[in-house]
Every structure is written in C-alpha cells, then in structure tokens.
Ligand binder design. Structure first.
Ligand SMILES: [Zn+2]
Length: 265
C-alpha cells in the first residue's frame, strides 16, 4: 500500500505518540539516504521524519531538504504536514502560540532549492514553479478543522521569514522583519516548502512560537528556555497532527499535485 500522508517534525517533535506500529526504513534517493518512520494512524499509513535527524544534529543550512522530500515522494506521499519551531515577531503572538504559515520570505544562503539543478539536470529544463501561495490551502483548512475538533487555539495567516541560522537573529534584523510585517522567524521552511511543490506534494506547516524573537523582550534568547516552552506546546502539536491525518483523505486531488506542469522554460 502506498503511503499518502507524511509528517516532518521540526525542533522538539522527535516522535509522535498516536502513530502506531512504527517501523524504521531507510529510503535511498539520488540525494542521499533518509531514515523514515512508517506507522499507522487508524487504518491510514503515515511516514514521519525528523528534519534535523534522529539526534537533532543537523543544522538548518546542512539539512538534506532534497533527500527528505524525495524520500517522501518515493514512498508515494502526496500531502505533508510539518512543524516549524519559530521566534515570534508579531506582537499579538505569545510564547506557546500555534500559527498556520501561509507565506514565506527567505534570506538563506547556498541551499540547493530545486530538483532541477546541477549535473543531474544537464540537458534538461529549469523549473520555475509557481509559489504565489506556497502552502496548500486545502491542508491549511484541514489543520484549522483539526484544531477546532480537539479544542486547541490555532492562529492563521503567518508570514514566515527564513534566515540561514543556526544562530539567532540580531536586534536590528528583528526590527527590519517587524517593519516589513513578518510574523515568524526561523531557519528551515525554505527550501522544504518549495521542494514539496516541485515534487507535486501538498504541504502545510504549523509554526510554534517558542519564544519572542531577539530584542522584543529585554533579555537574551536562551536555547534552554526555548526548549522548555516547546515542551509545553509539544502535546498540543502532536494531537493536532494526528487529528489532521485522520481528517485527510488518501485520494484527495489538489492543484499542488500538478503545479510542476507548465513550469518549464
Ligand atoms: Zn494542495
């Protein structure tokens, strides 16, 4: 049976109680091997992988985003729910808030961001995939419904600013992002979301506000504090993801799945 639904867990989300019968599989792709946990939510199979590796040891700029998305595609995944531990920029947010990401802006450096690059693409065309709405509206609506079903608060419409990391941002950077109207800042949504679109996979992400970003509060951003806040919202995020999987039909159709057609110059 093909696995249609995937979950990519960011910082703090290293396992998923509620996924049963987990079996680890190594998926070989042309970009590298990826360890994926395959399990069940009810009668549905899901593939779960941890973005930073099983030991949280891969920094944002070194994550093999192409291998991760390709591994999901090879398993047959057509829809991905992801989590993104973030710094809050929007002053109406509080630590512990969950927010649906709808847009991104990126300032990353040297991350392979397309499947249609390099030697392996020689003689082929370049893909200019449409990312007007980078996140799948249908999956975002499923997340909103899931939150309602289980009675947890989920905000909507965040714009996520993707920085290179792994360092946290400077006060000046945060001031700039706030002036530009961004809501969240972190390091890993790009190019993951863009690669999913190229792979014809619907993609939605829940931002978790682990702390308010640098300079907003009159204190330093301490990684240990960020992790402590994460632990508080961990349970809610897990429940949200499981309910979202339950609500997602295996045989849904969506524009994201055919977005690559017509993308070649
Ligand atoms: Zn979609």
């Amino acid at each position: 049976m093909k696995i249609k639904t995937g979950i990519i867990g960011g910082t703090g989300i290293y396992d998923l109680p509620g996924v049963e019968g987990i079996e680890k599989r190594t998926i070989t792709t042309e970009y590298g091997d990826v360890v994926v946990n395959i399990g069940r939510v009810g009668s549905r199979q899901v593939a779960f992988l941890t973005r930073h590796g099983e030991e949280h040891s891969i920094p944002p700029g070194e994550i093999n985003y192409r291998a991760n998305i390709k591994a999901m595609a090879k398993l047959g995944v057509k829809q991905i729910f992801a989590t993104a531990c973030s710094g809050g920029l929007n002053m109406s947010y509080e630590e512990g808030d969950l927010v649906i990401i709808r847009q991104f802006v990126e300032f990353v450096k040297n991350r392979p961001a397309s499947f249609f690059t390099g030697k392996e693409n020689q003689g082929k065309k370049i893909a200019h995939v449409d990312l007007t709405e980078p996140y799948c509206d249908d999956l975002c609506n499923i997340l909103l419904k899931a939150a309602k079903d289980i009675g947890i608060a989920l905000k909507d419409n965040a714009t996520y600013c993707c920085m290179e990391g792994p360092r946290f941002e400077t006060k000046a950077e945060i001031k700039m992002m706030q002036a530009l109207g961004f809501d969240l800042v972190a390091h890993t949504q790009y190019p993951e979301v863009a690669l999913a679109r190229e792979a014809g996979i619907c993609y939605a992400a829940v931002g978790m506000v682990a702390n308010m970003a640098a300079g907003i509060k009159d204190e330093h951003v301490i990684t240990e504090d960020v992790q402590e806040n994460m632990a508080k919202i961990f349970h809610n995020v897990q429940s949200l993801l499981i309910r979202a999987v339950e609500l997602t039909e295996d045989d849904r159709e969506c524009w994201c799945m055919t977005a690559l057609e017509g993308s070649f110059a």
